[in-house]
Design a protein around this ligand. Structure first.
Ligand code: PXP
Length: 253
């Protein structure tokens, strides 16, 4: 008899921010991130993720309005936990909001949210989003303190930051890689025991996705930069399809 725990198909959220980065390099409307969202969904994405940054360097407010109106799949709005962003979320009502730390000068989201250090500040923002029926996700480092704080705050989801794991993979540091995978595995288990849904993302590629796809507790991966980069060479459709196949193969689903 097969005694393995039942493993569900892992969802793929495609982050289309960097389609908007290319558009904004020239201004105008091309390439359109909403068109990319439709294409990603047709290729196997289960949802679309977009990060509305304070400085609007890629995604802009009108993209969020159009994504919500047009894509017909869950929209995961990544945003800083600020009153401005919460008001925008309450206006557009995405399926989920993923709260991320944000500093204007950083190129991307460099670390997880300091949930334990900011509990009092996060509490009203989370309450407002949840009262509007929006699922709240916290983008955190894979550590126990952050998960315990996320549980106290009533987060529906934690998204585990895979950036350090992906950096170790790039550097070819086997010991560092094993250590990061252990941290991610332990954090995913702890969050699942606390009945928090577990997502993961940041920096994932064809080479690094399988280890995350194998973790039964991780029900969704959010992947953007690598897919948009690969789209330059082989098209977005092919890139999303390949990622989907790698996830399904690793998970055996
Ligand atoms: N998840 C979160 C919370 C993020 O901030 C990002 C980057 O915007 C991603 C996933 C996707 O990361 P990447 O673009 O490196 O795949």
């Amino acid at each position: 008899m097969d005694r393995r725990p039942e493993i569900s198909r892992q969802r793929l959220g495609v982050n289309i921010d960097h389609v908007a980065t290319v558009r904004n390099a020239r201004g105008g409307k091309h390439p359109d991130p909403v068109r990319a969202a439709h294409m990603a969904i047709a290729a196997g994405a289960d949802g679309i993720t977009a990060h509305l940054r304070e400085d609007r360097r890629h995604i802009v407010d009108n993209d969020i309005a159009r994504l919500k109106a047009e894509i017909g799949r869950p929209l995961n709005l990544e945003m800083a936990a600020t009153p401005e962003m919460v008001a925008i979320a309450l206006k557009h009502l995405p399926n989920a909001c993923c709260l991320v730390p944000e500093k204007r000068e950083e190129r991307t989201t460099e670390g997880g949210l300091d949930v334990a250090g900011q509990e009092m500040a996060l509490l009203p923002q989370i309450a407002a989003l949840k009262a509007a029926g929006i699922r709240v996700s916290l983008f955190i480092e894979p550590d126990a303190r952050a998960i315990e704080a996320a549980a106290r705050l009533g987060a529906d989801i934690v998204e585990l930051h895979t950036g350090t794991y992906c950096e170790q993979a790039l550097e070819g540091d086997a010991a560092g890689l094993a250590h990061e995978l252990e941290r991610l595995t332990a954090a995913a288990r702890l969050a699942a025991v606390a009945r928090i849904e577990v997502h993961a993302g940041h920096g994932l590629t064809y080479d690094t996705v399988s280890a995350l796809a194998r973790m039964p507790e991780v029900v969704e991966l959010n992947i953007g930069h690598f897919l948009v980069g690969e789209a330059i060479f082989g098209g977005l459709d092919a890139a999303v399809r390949r990622m989907r196949v790698l996830m399904d193969e690793a998970r055996g689903s």
